[in-house]
Design a binder for this molecule. Structure first.
Ligand SMILES: C[S@@+](CC[C@H](N)C(=O)[O-])C[C@H]1O[C@@H](n2cnc3c(N)ncnc32)[C@H](O)[C@@H]1O
Length: 459
């Protein structure tokens, strides 16, 4: 395994003093592993009963659990493909619990990929309100899209912009903003030893400057009275307290707020950089104090005021009559209840339901303007995988249900065609009622529409 960088050890010894031996000893132990039950799909109690893993509650997150990596591999279980949980480091669950997202709000996740915290925010929002997930890296946006789809998130707009581009059109727009910032990654050295290779004292300086610029870009987008959470997975006080201190000096209309679950964490260390004691309200998650990796969480509140204008909603491409018709026909033939009321937009022949009034998106990288519903061809509608995962099995006319250990289920996930006695048409394939994807029945066969890039063998 890569050794811990010398400069890093020196820095931590100097900061932690008598605590250092306990801290450094944690590198001899394996990292803690966690998963979070996706309450968009089932309750925590249902999840606990259903999942065949040994689970131990994460004290700061009601839906979060530690699992035993020597015994269980939840990433390989079919319930993961059904989006029933998200594999997430226990400490990484802290920032969204501090953000306290509410249904119906407008929330921005500014550094979103691969989507651990976005899916957690979405679960708190219960499908109500507008969730804007932004990720600057094209490569990482792919995982973000996949994870939001798998988890059945229906109210997200996914953008791919530099945060500085967003502020002009989203002025005073958001109730809450999460900045889970790119950082020097010291808190991940145990779990992901490759991060040690990328670390240097210089990298902590660069990360601090980038974080400050992201906070500065976010500040005008928060409505007065709104709440911002800034988090990192590093211990470095040049980032964390250092960035907060500089941000607050330049933005006196923000004040540090109390992290709601602070009792589970250690206070931040403004004394390490000679900053205001008020910064100690932020939380530090240390591997020698709790079952998780290193993290930092701070709450910032924006003072009330009359700043923040109402932007006019932007115009998105309209949906022409043919597309509306084939989609309506599909809904009528496939669903048992009225769902997906719109509003809709059409990009090429791809139909989306948008989560509400949005500012103009012109010139921006729009990865998903909303929930991707499917392709509106001239004569028929081809539903998306995202739509299948956003449904429940009692809302469709035709479904097949497999048990987790059934061979047909494995065949479906491998992309094979299956024999069926079902009625012809689009059919929701489920694992015991939880959607996995589409199949289309004709002539006694279920044609497989499970996405090619997700196909695999369950071991
Ligand atoms: C710590 S990760 C986010 C993890 C994510 N919140 C989650 O829980 O799955 C930080 C993200 O910031 C993105 N990033 C890098 N440079 C950035 C920049 N200049 N502005 C905004 N985001 C940036 C990275 O691509 C990365 O995906």
């Amino acid at each position: 395994m890569n050794r811990l960088p010398e400069d890093y050890q020196k820095q931590m010894r100097k900061l932690l003093k008598e605590e250092y031996p306990a801290f450094i000893q944690t590198y001899d132990n394996p990292p803690y592993r966690g998963l979070r039950i996706n309450t968009l799909k089932l309750s925590v109690a249902e999840g606990r009963q259903r999942l065949p893993f040994q689970l131990e509650p994460v004290p700061w997150c009601d839906a979060g659990f530690l699992y035993d990596h020597d015994r269980d591999r939840p990433g390989k279980h079919v319930d993961h493909a059904a989006g029933l949980y998200y594999i997430q480091d226990p400490s990484a669950m802290a920032p969204v619990e501090a953000l306290q997202p509410q249904p119906g709000e407008k929330i921005l996740d500014l550094c979103a990929a691969p989507g651990g915290k976005t899916t957690q925010i979405a679960a708190h929002m219960k499908g109500e309100g507008i969730l804007v997930a932004n990720e600057i890296s094209k490569e990482r946006r792919k995982a973000l899209v996949e994870n939001l789809e798998r988890c059945g998130v229906t109210n997200a707009l996914i953008l791919g912009e530099d945060p500085r581009h967003l502020s002009t059109r989203f002025t005073g727009w958001f109730d809450r903003i999460l900045i889970d910032a790119p950082c020097s990654g010291e808190g991940m050295f145990r779990k992901d030893p490759d991060t040690r290779e990328r670390w240097s004292l210089r990298s902590t300086e660069t990360a601090a400057e980038l974080q400050l610029s992201i906070l500065e870009a976010a500040a005008p987008m928060l409505r007065p009275g709104g709440k911002l959470v800034y988090s990192t997975c590093t211990f470095n006080p040049r980032e964390n307290e250092g960035v907060l201190h500089r941000f607050l000096q330049q933005n006196p209309h923000f004040t540090p707020g109390q992290v709601p679950q602070a009792a589970h964490y250690q206070p931040a260390r403004p004394d390490w950089i000679d900053a205001s004691p008020a910064l100690a309200q932020a939380g530090r998650l240390w591997p020698h104090h709790l079952k998780g990796e290193g993290h930092f969480v701070a709450v910032l509140e924006k003072r009330e005021g009359d700043e923040g204008g109402r932007q006019k909603p932007g115009k998105l491409p309209p949906v022409h009559g043919d597309a509306q018709r084939v989609f309506k026909d599909f809904l009528w033939e496939t669903l048992t209840e009225d769902r997906f009321p719109g509003p809709f937009t059409l990009f090429g022949d791809h139909l989306y339901q948008i989560p509400g009034d949005l500012p103009s998106l012109k010139g921006w990288v729009v990865e998903r303007p909303g929930l991707y519903l499917g392709q509106a061809k001239r004569k028929h509608f081809a539903p998306s995988h995202a739509l299948a995962l956003a449904l429940t099995s009692d809302s469709v006319r035709r479904k097949v249900s497999f048990a987790p250990e059934e061979e047909h289920l494995n065949q479906y996930l491998r992309g094979e065609t299956l024999p069926t006695a079902g009625d012809p048409g689009w059919t929701l394939v489920t694992v015991e009622g939880f959607p996995l994807g589409w199949g289309k029945v004709s002539n006694g066969l279920l044609k497989n529409h499970y996405p090619k890039w997700l196909r695999r063998d369950l071991i």
